[in-house]
Structures are given as structure tokens and as C-alpha cells.
Design a protein around this ligand. Structure first.
Ligand code: SF4
Ligand code: SF4
Length: 381
């Protein structure tokens, strides 16, 4: 079977959920990428990211949380109410308090599983921020050890870091295919992979990602088209229609700056030394510092990152994805637009949620943006 089918199977069938449900290791649900997966694995549990993108689950979530919060939170709550959700079962839920909605979610989720909240610094580069975050990571380590009854040892954490780093390396190998012109891995495929990693077994995911990379080395290249970077609020399976739409119109999403995409799988954990305190520090830093989530007060590194992606992937333009009722991304859109305008890179800003009702309108706007990009492309010869 083509290597990509494996990732579709993880997302579309109940197989992985069943495996998690009946497995002997405790399942720890996480939100965002701030919760270090390596720590969970080292404690003998299985991490699953529970952020959801299902529209009907978002409607069901409205029974428990206010209608006027972002669809990620509503859909996550709705999914957790469903028997047989993608995570199988939850023995602990770890929620980073990134925004108002996530600060209040534990009240609602406590009925599903015990909840552990992690506090994030407002400015991740501010004075004492790293030390306070390390304290949060240590508290999480204690909570995990209590849950599993297993100590996080030097050997255990090293093994978990190696496992995560192998996954990150396999993903980076795939990213090289997106730098090609035209790319031999589409934006939709890359997002499917990243979303499958939310729940999948890390070693198995890595094995199949490597198989996909080697399959694509010899695959024919698709037709050329405008190259785009997509940034903004997370696109979470099955709500990947923005990228589907862009690519159905002949453009290529060659890179993304999203916590549900490359940001999740891009950065390896590199301790200064392989002793427990240094590994713990590296795990904590890697979960915090490279993250360009707009929940932090400053956004300079996000602007730099988007510029780097435009250069590294030779992008012609950027599409900025806002989710309705997520003020954080809306706040940053102007700064991103200005930073891109200074480099003469056009940006299309779209605001949507999980409802399919505005697909036609999005189609029209994306098409007009692509026509504009094509009109400004240099005339060959
Ligand atoms: S954008 Fe930030 S707050 Fe929202 S899900 Fe991603 S990491 Fe979490
Ligand atoms: S940061 Fe925005 S998208 Fe993420 S959970 Fe909060 S409101 Fe929702």
C-alpha cells in the first residue's frame, strides 16, 4: 500500500483508539505542543494530543462551553464527550493555560479525566521565564511519576528523547521534498502526517514517515504552481480544507507555521550533556523556546520564522489563517502583514471556523490571490 495510506488509516479508522484503550500504559492527553511528550514517554505513559478539528463535535461542545469561544476548544470538548474518541481513553489530561479558553477548560474537562494545568510565562524570553517554566516541567514530571508509579530515570529519558528525535529527523527529511520546485510532498500530505502524530505510536509513525520519504525520492514531480506558506491558527484534522482548497487550485503549500503542522515535528531535543538535569532542561526549553504561538506577549520570533520560511521554501506569498473567536491570531495578523510587505511578499488573510458554509467564499478569495500572484510573476525570457 502507498506509504501515505498508513497515516490516513491512523486518522480515519478506530484502530489506534482501540489500541490505546486496551493498552497497558496510561494514556496522557495533551493540548498544544507545550507539554513535553518525551517526559510522558519516560514516565511509562503514552502521550496523545487531543486538540480537535471536527465541526460536528464543535457543535456538540457548545452544550458544555460558551458558544463564543474558538472552535478548537469547542471541538475538543465535544470530541471528549463522545464514546470511542480518537484517544481511546484518558488517564490524565495536561492543559497549558495559554489563553482564556484553555484556562477555563479544566473546569469542564475534569469529568473526563484528572486535569493537570501548566502555567506559561507571558513573555517566554522575559526575566525568570525559563526558570519558572522548568519548575512547571518538574511539577509535571512528579505528577506523571505518581500516575504511572514509574520514576523518570536518566536512561528512560534518554530513550524517550532518542525516540522523539528520530521522529523529528524523519519529518525534516520529508521537508526537504517540499523545498523542491515543484515539491514532491504536498501541504495537505504534510498536515496529514503531523495530525496523525497527535495520537500515533512515535516509533511506528517514524518508520512509516521514512518509508514515505524513500517512496517519494523516485516519484514524478507534480505540475509547477505558485508556492505558498500557510501560517496562523492550527488546521486540525479533519478541518484541513484551507490547504485542500489552495492545492486544488494548482498552488503548492510548501511550508507551514502552525502548531498542528511543522512546528510540532521540526525541532529536536539537544541536551548539553546526557545527565538527568540537563536532559530535563533541554526537554523544557524545546517545548517552550522554539514555539511561535501567539499566546506570548512578544511576537518578533514569529515574524522572523515566517520570513525564514518564505526564503527557505522560495514562497511567492503567504496565507494567514484566522479562526473566528481567537483574538491572539487576529492581533498578530497586522504585524505579519507589515513584516511581509517590507519584503514585498503578498499576504492573504482569511477568517473562518470549522463550518463548511464559507468554503465558496474562501475559494473565490484564494483564486483571486493566486491570479494576482501569477500576474506579478516575472515573464520568462
Ligand atoms: S496556537 Fe498556541 S494555543 Fe493554540 S493550539 Fe496551538 S500552541 Fe496551543
Ligand atoms: S489560542 Fe486561539 S485557537 Fe488556540 S485555543 Fe486559544 S483561542 Fe483557540
Amino acid at each position: 500500500m502507498p506509504a501515505l495510506d498508513y497515516f490516513r488509516e491512523v486518522l480515519e479508522t478506530a484502530q489506534r483508539a482501540e489500541e490505546l484503550k486496551t493498552g497497558s500504559r496510561p494514556v496522557v492527553g495533551t493540548m498544544c505542543n507545550f507539554v513535553p511528550e518525551a517526559l510522558i514517554i519516560a514516565a511509562g505513559a503514552v502521550p496523545v494530543r487531543i486538540c480537535a478539528g471536527d465541526h460536528s463535535a464543535a457543535l456538540e461542545g457548545e452544550a458544555l462551553v460558551p458558544r463564543d469561544i474558538c472552535p478548537v476548544c469547542k471541538s475538543t470538548v465535544g470530541t471528549l464527550q463522545r464514546p470511542g474518541g480518537p484517544h481511546g481513553r484518558l488517564d490524565l489530561l495536561v492543559v497549558p493555560a495559554v489563553c482564556d479558553a484553555k484556562k477555563k477548560l479544566p473546569q469542564v474537562l475534569e469529568g473526563q479525566a484528572p486535569v493537570h494545568v501548566m502555567e506559561l510565562p507571558v513573555d517566554k524570553q522575559g526575566q525568570g521565564a525559563e526558570r519558572r517554566w522548568l519548575d512547571q516541567v518538574r511539577l509535571l514530571a512528579e505528577r506523571l511519576e505518581k500516575l504511572t508509579g514509574q520514576r523518570i530515570t536518566r536512561q528512560g529519558l534518554r530513550g524517550a528523547i532518542d525516540l522523539i528525535n528520530a521522529r523529528q529527523n524523519a519529518y525534516r527529511e520529508l521537508l526537504a521534498l517540499r523545498q523542491e520546485n515543484p515539491p514532491r510532498l504536498s501541504g495537505l500530505e504534510a498536515l496529514l502526517l503531523a495530525n496523525a502524530s497527535f495520537t500515533d505510536d512515535v516509533a511506528r509513525w517514524t518508520h512509516h514517515a521514512r518509508a514515505l520519504a524513500s517512496e517519494r525520492q523516485s516519484a514524478p514531480a507534480p505540475a509547477p504552481g505558485p508556492r505558498l506558506v500557510v501560517t496562523g491558527a492550527p488546521l486540525i484534522y479533519p478541518n484541513l480544507r484551507l490547504v485542500e482548497l489552495i492545492e486544488s487550485l494548482g498552488a503548492h503549500v510548501v511550508a507551514d507555521e502552525m502548531c498542528s503542522g511543522s512546528e510540532r515535528l521540526y525541532v529536536p531535543i539537544i541536551p548539553q550533556e546526557w545527565n538527568l538535569p540537563e536532559m530535563l532542561l533541554a526537554v523544557a526549553e524545546t517545548a517552550l523556546l522554539p514555539t511561535t504561538c501567539p499566546c506570548f506577549s512578544r511576537h518578533d520570533d514569529r515574524l522572523t520564522r515566517i520570513g525564514e520560511l518564505v526564503d527557505a521554501y522560495s514562497a511567492d506569498g503567504v496565507v494567514y489563517h484566522n479562526l473566528r473567536l481567537c483574538a491572539l491570531y487576529q492581533f498578530e495578523a497586522t504585524a505579519v502583514r507589515d513584516a511581509l510587505a517590507a519584503r514585498s511578499v503578498p499576504m492573504l488573510e482569511l477568517q473562518t471556523d470549522y463550518t463548511p458554509e464559507d468554503t465558496e467564499q474562501m475559494h473565490t478569495r484564494v483564486q483571486a490571490f493566486l491570479e494576482m500572484l501569477e500576474a506579478r510573476a516575472p515573464v520568462p525570457g
